[in-house]
Design a protein around this ligand. Structure first.
Ligand SMILES: [Zn+2]
Length: 412
């Protein structure tokens, strides 16, 4: 029996549903923030399943969790797969956790098929990919890759004012029984399975997305400071109205971000107004910008223009522009892209090469080793929502491709 034939659709689905119960919210959703008691319960469940097939668990200084199946050559660099176990506050049952469970299912299939590989295979669960509790996301993979130091995140606070460093310390104390592994390594390759989070595979009737790269993202927070005043008594000419200036700023940004080809993604998704009462002029308005583009030059040029455009657009308010996240576009490695394509073709799955619109931990692994991703369809492209859904058979198809790729790279 081949490792791909040993992939169990039912076992994988049952495990995904068991994970979905940890942090379940109404409407089939999941709210499982990183470094919480729920996160630790999910990780213990995962470790238990890994131990059943003789895989060992270790944790690094950024609380990334690693499950290893040894190879025959103790000096060979590992092939790494995995994703994240945290969710958005109003998240679904597949984003992130699928890549971790698929990695474990592939390991289990290798075990059940009796396949020995030269290289060890590691399944990693990266810490805080979503950034839902502590911003920015991808802290675990950034710290592992050396793109950022874990200490740089120490003073980031969650909505309850808990510092990241304190949450991390408490978490590592709770997992003190797990052997500690050094932060950072030099794998042979990294391949991450994930739901597409977009509509293309489903619309085209394909089972497997062969991901060629990830577009770049830049996030900003713009804060406009005016002066509060009585809505009934203060003449408009005497106001410093932060909301009116925010409207001017967003209109100017829409002009800056205009793209006739509709490739650029520009989103103002969060607005906070103070005092936020209907009969007071706002003294403060802040809004977020999420800018994405696959072309590095466009991403840099438009992002660098944000502060100047906002400054020029506002009339009365003071302006502060902070960049909170910056990830350049990345291209994945032909080593992994081609292996995924070969595996999909061999199993006769309809497949498609595509770039990822969402960012992933894989983005930060690119500078370290040959990297790629496998996408599976999700219904209507819905993600970061309780309605997120993927077909058990298509999730299993992605895992068969993953198992095939791991077996090939594991002997490479
Ligand atoms: Zn994800």
């Amino acid at each position: 029996m081949s490792q791909a034939a040993a992939v169990s659709e039912q076992r994988q689905w049952d495990r995904l549903m068991a994970m979905a119960r940890i942090g379940a919210i109404p409407g089939d959703g999941v709210n499982r923030a990183c470094l919480t008691e729920l996160d630790r319960r999910a990780r213990r469940l995962l470790i238990g399943w890994a131990n059943e097939i003789g895989a060992s668990a270790t944790v690094d200084a950024a609380a990334n969790l690693w499950l290893r199946r040894e190879g025959t050559d103790p000096r060979a660099a590992a092939v790494v797969t995995g994703s994240h176990m945290d969710t958005q506050p109003n998240g679904g049952r597949f984003d992130g956790i699928y890549g971790v469970i698929a990695g474990l299912e592939a390991l289990t299939a290798l075990h059940d098929a009796g396949t020995t590989l030269r290289r060890p295979i590691d399944v990693v669960a990266w810490t805080n990919e979503e950034g839902g509790r502590f911003a920015p996301g991808c802290m675990g993979s950034m710290a592992w890759s050396g793109c950022r130091r874990v200490e740089e995140f120490a003073d980031v606070v969650d909505p309850d004012n808990v510092r990241f460093a304190d949450a991390l310390d408490a978490h590592l104390a709770a997992e003190a029984d797990l052997p500690r592994r050094t932060l950072g390594s030099q794998p042979h390759a990294y391949v991450e399975a994930h739901i597409e989070q977009g509509p293309r595979l489903e619309a085209l009737g394909r089972d497997i997305g062969i991901v060629t790269g990830i577009q770049g993202s830049r996030w900003f927070t713009v804060t406009l400071t005016g002066e509060t005043a009585h809505a009934g008594t203060t003449p408009l000419a005497l106001r410093r109205d932060a909301v009116q200036d925010m409207v001017r700023a967003i209109a100017a940004l829409n002009a800056l971000m205009h793209d006739p080809n509709d490739v650029l993604r520009f989103t103002v998704g969060r607005i906070v107004v103070e005092p936020n009462t209907s009969n007071s002029v706002a003294n403060r308005a802040s809004f977020t910008i999420d800018l994405r583009h696959p072309d590095k030059d466009v991403l840099l040029a438009r992002g660098d223009a944000v502060a100047g455009v906002v400054q020029a657009a506002v009339r009365d308010a003071g302006v502060m522009v902070q960049e909170t996240f910056h990830a350049l576009p990345v291209a994945f490695s032909p080593l992994v892209i081609d292996a995924v394509e070969r595996a999909a073709a061999e199993h006769r799955y309809g497949h498609l090469r595509l770039a990822s619109g969402a960012f992933h931990d894989a983005q930060f692994v690119v500078p370290v080793c040959p990297t790629g991703m496998i996408f599976v369809p999700c219904r209507k492209g819905i993600s970061h929502n309780p309605a997120e859904y993927a077909e058990p058979s298509q999730l299993a198809a992605g895992t068969r491709v993953l198992a095939h790729v791991l077996a090939e790279l594991g002997n490479g």
